[in-house]
Unconditional design. Structure first.
Lengths: 604, 245
């Protein structure tokens, strides 16, 4: 049997982005022995790429804000499929979690009276996003990292997790290998938190880093965890479209929050042409009112560019399809026009959006203070994930927790910008706390050596097949093409059935993946291990999207273009059946308590 | 723009290695990392390269491109002479792991030796602080750092003299500066900077500042003010005189 280096913890955290690090800090603070396993170097997780800000009803800029407004905004954005308990806890606890980051050294931008400044964002009624220019995610992960390294956690960097380990129905840890040498590791634990992020790499055009291959979802699914809301993949309306090699890289919503406008090739602000009924009362009537809103006028309503992401993305898609797009297949996003209103607008833009300025200058040779950008939709965020209990974040597998993007519930059918960073800290903290509690209340686990053996053998099989096997990179590309073309922003049953056929074919090819070289830092091997995870999540997304015969939030069905009130009563659950087949079912949403219903009514 | 380019990539491990040439098609708008990925997918599946975001935000894909430390994801092919082979090497200041990947774990260990953030008591009864934007901005410059370690790679104290055991290097001096100049911080790191972290080894050649992809003014805004604090504390002749008296 291959040798495993053995480590033992009370709580094992898989993933070291915002949610994983926050969970680790919380668990360690209770005195638990905590291990963290991450795929990259510490501090490089996808959280670094978050730009706009962290949503919390601090009320620093507009004191009409409160948890009740934030809760109602989140539910409206999620089209009421959200786990209402999570939306409630999130709105109530986010302010405290932001203040906690400040106490650990985070330096947010300030108001004139020295408090944390908050900015406008799509779907949020009041300025709510605490931010640091347009690099809020970096500030957050560095704060958690620099605080966390002194909290006693042990970090295993650049490790791939191959499998969870089970002990009579309860999770017992995980096993994997380190990238540097390819040595096998066993991390035994009484509780495990999955904080592995999303699935964006299953699509061709994405803002997500290479890590986003749905690992946590697949790891949990294989042992019976339920996945929920998998049909809801958020396409961010503004990604770069040119040059081709940077296609998909995010252009923050902050550009629109600061007054940036969308125009088609005819120069028309097309977002004014299609404003959904749900948002009519909250949207500006004129360009002039929209501008005043972005500049902090409390009596103005938001410009239509700041409607929810699903809607803006579809409007852009429509313009491009109608032949009114920009030269490289996007539309124009213009912030330079604000020079009509602001003197020294160049300095203003550079100060408010420094990363965007550099990103376009360096990668596209374009000065955003002078010219419009070309943007188009990009796969950005997974609303779905592992189904968890709203309070504790525990999945249906005892001892297995999930937090952040890997967990489902908070965002329902569509996430509001800024609600992701707050999700990470609010539910990372809860997952860490309850995982530590679970570890304390339960005895040590036993490791099944047979399972270790089987996992190791399967992991090494691609080496046996060698260069004559299938190229793992090619399978990944083919899957990305299929998901992009057939299960993308506009969906139909026929195309999605084709996608399922394609996934079946790719699954067969994936069984024959062969790789060259040895086990030391072999990217081919890493890809060979990632591919099966991406297959599982892709299949789950497609099945759930086929079953939901309506358009709601991030899911747009061309064959069912309207929202169906009946479907608003259900989440879709995906789980593995006894024969290893994928089972898909409708599950009724628990009724909302009267006091929360009253909040939703009041904020309508 | 050329339609083909040759990349001369260092392939090897701690035991040694050699350069190997790969010729691959290139297109307008491509960056070095795109070409490396194409070579990896089509010609060398096991080519080791570390990368994450491909947007200049995570600082993973640091390497030496034609001898200059750079992020591969932010180096456009249009800025390189493609008539000659493009030479790609791992960073030299850290031990090689494989191909373009180096062992940068020392940076994480060295960071642990710097005393962590210690805020003053909150300013307001609700447990929050008040800070002015101008005071925050000074430190925000340092907090732009993406920990790519290119500044560490180019620093001669680490690269040529291998003083990793005594000196923390520009990245961690920037980290220390961010803490020392944080409006809320109350910790004292001046003595450590002199003794444990050997700030005196830096002779302000500004090489680090020149390679920083985030354009942090490392030498002038971070290191020199820290050196001044050390000098103020330990080498002020008037203070020494009073001490003797």
């Amino acid at each position: 049997m291959p040798e495993f280096q053995r480590f033992s913890y009370d709580v094992l955290i898989i993933g070291a982005g915002g949610a994983g690090l926050r969970a680790a800090i919380e668990a360690a603070a209770t005195g638990a022995k905590v291990g963290v396993v991450c795929k990259s170097l510490l501090g490089k997780a996808h959280t670094v790429m978050a730009e706009g800000g962290i949503a919390a009803a601090l009320g620093n800029v507009d004191d009409r804000d409160s948890w009740r407004v934030h809760f109602a905004d989140t539910m409206r954005g999620g089209q009421y499929l959200n786990n209402w308990r999570m939306a409630e806890l999130h709105a109530k606890e986010a302010p405290e979690c932001v203040r906690e980051l400040e106490a650990w050294g985070a330096l947010f931008d300030r108001t004139k009276d020295g408090r944390i400044l908050q900015r406008n964002f799509g779907g949020h009624r009041y300025p709510r996003l605490a931010h640091v220019g347009d690099r809020t995610g970096l500030e957050m992960i560095r704060t958690l990292q620099d605080h966390g390294i002194h909290s006693g956690m042990e970090v295993h960097m650049e490790c791939t997790v191959l499998s969870l380990l089970m002990d009579s129905g309860r999770v017992a840890g995980a096993c994997g290998y380190d990238r540097e040498k390819g040595r096998f590791y066993l991390w035994q634990a009484k509780a495990v938190v999955l904080a592995t992020g999303g699935i964006g790499r299953a699509f061709k055009v994405t803002s997500n880093s290479w890590e986003y291959t749905g690992d946590g979802l697949a790891l949990a699914y294989r042992f019976g965890a339920e996945l929920q809301d998998m049909e809801f993949v958020q396409f961010h309306p503004t990604g770069m479209v040119w040059p081709i090699s940077v296609r998909g890289i995010l252009v923050t919503e902050g550009v629109r929050g600061e007054g940036g406008v969308l125009r088609n090739s005819e120069g028309r602000r097309f977002m004014f042409d299609d404003i959904p009924d749900l948002y009519k009362d909250q949207t500006a009537d004129s360009e002039e009112e929209g501008w005043r809103y972005t500049q902090g006028d409390k009596n103005a309503r938001r410009p239509p560019e700041l409607l929810t992401r699903d809607h803006v993305a579809r409007c852009i898609n429509r313009e491009v399809k109608a032949g009114r797009g920009s030269p490289h297949g996007g539309v124009f996003l213009d912030i330079s026009w604000i020079k009509q209103h602001i003197s020294k607008s160049e300095e203003h833009i550079k100060r408010k959006l420094p990363s965007m300025y550099h990103q376009f200058k360096q990668l596209a040779d374009l000065d955003i203070t002078k010219e419009p950008m070309e943007v188009g939709p990009t796969t950005h965020y997974m609303m779905g994930g592992i189904r968890v209990d709203g309070d504790s974040q525990m999945s249906n597998i005892p001892g297995l927790f999930a937090a952040g993007e890997a967990a489902a519930g908070l965002h329902g059918a569509n996430r509001l910008g800024g609600n992701s960073l707050s999700d990470l800290v609010v539910f990372g903290r809860r997952a860490g706390r309850y995982a530590a509690e679970f570890a304390k209340a339960n005895s040590a686990t036993t490791i099944d050596d047979q399972q270790l053996q089987t996992t190791a053998t399967a992991a090494l099989a691609p080496f046996e097949r060698g260069p004559s096997g299938e190229n793992p990179y090619q399978i990944q590309y083919d899957l990305q093409d299929a998901m992009q073309d057939l299960v993308g922003i506009v969906r139909t049953e026929g195309e999605m059935e084709q996608a399922l056929d394609k996934i079946t074919e790719l699954n067969q090819r994936a069984e024959r993946i062969g790789i060259t070289g040895n086990r030391e830092y072999n990217n081919g091997w890493h890809t060979a291990i990632d591919v099966p995870n991406m297959m599982i999540v892709s299949e789950a997304v497609t099945h759930a999207a086929i079953l939901r015969k309506e358009s709601r939030g991030a899911q747009f069905r061309e064959d069912f273009p309207n929202k169906d009130a009946e479907w608003g009563r259900y989440n879709i659950i995906v789980k593995q059946g006894a024969e290893g087949e994928m089972q898909i079912e409708k599950r009724p949403i628990a009724p909302m308590p009267e006091e929360l219903k009253a909040v939703v009514q009041e904020m309508k | 723009m050329a339609t083909q380019a040759t990349f001369r990539i260092w392939r090897g491990d701690p035991a040694g290695g050699q350069f190997q040439d790969y010729t691959t098609p290139v297109e307008e708008g491509m960056v070095v990392l795109d070409a490396v990925h194409r070579i990896q997918a089509q010609q060398a599946n096991d080519l080791a390269v570390r990368w994450n975001c491909k947007a200049g935000k995570c600082g993973s894909c640091s390497a030496e491109i034609n001898g200059t430390p750079k992020l591969m994801c932010m180096t456009r092919l249009s800025d390189i002479n493609l008539e000659m082979p493009i030479i790609l090497e791992p960073m030299h200041a850290f031990p090689p792991i494989r191909d373009l990947v180096t062992d940068v774990s020392w940076n994480f260990r060295a960071k642990m030796t710097i005393k962590q953030f210690k805020p003053r008591s909150p300013d307001a009864p609700d447990g929050t602080w008040r800070m002015q934007q101008a005071d925050v901005e000074r430190v925000q410059e340092f907090r732009k750092c993406i920990e790519c370690f290119l500044c560490q790679d180019v620093c001669h104290v680490l690269r040529e003299h291998h003083k990793h055991d005594e000196f923390i290097g520009p990245r961690l001096l920037v980290y220390a500066a961010a803490l020392e100049m944080h409006p809320l911080d109350t910790e004292d790191r001046v003595s450590d900077l002199r003794k444990k972290h050997s700030i005196g080894y830096c002779n302000i050649t500004t090489c680090c500042r020149q390679v920083c992809p985030e354009s942090i003014t490392i030498t002038e805004n971070a290191i020199i003010p820290l050196k001044e604090r050390v000098v103020d504390r330990f080498f002020d002749p008037l203070k020494q005189l009073f001490h003797i008296l």
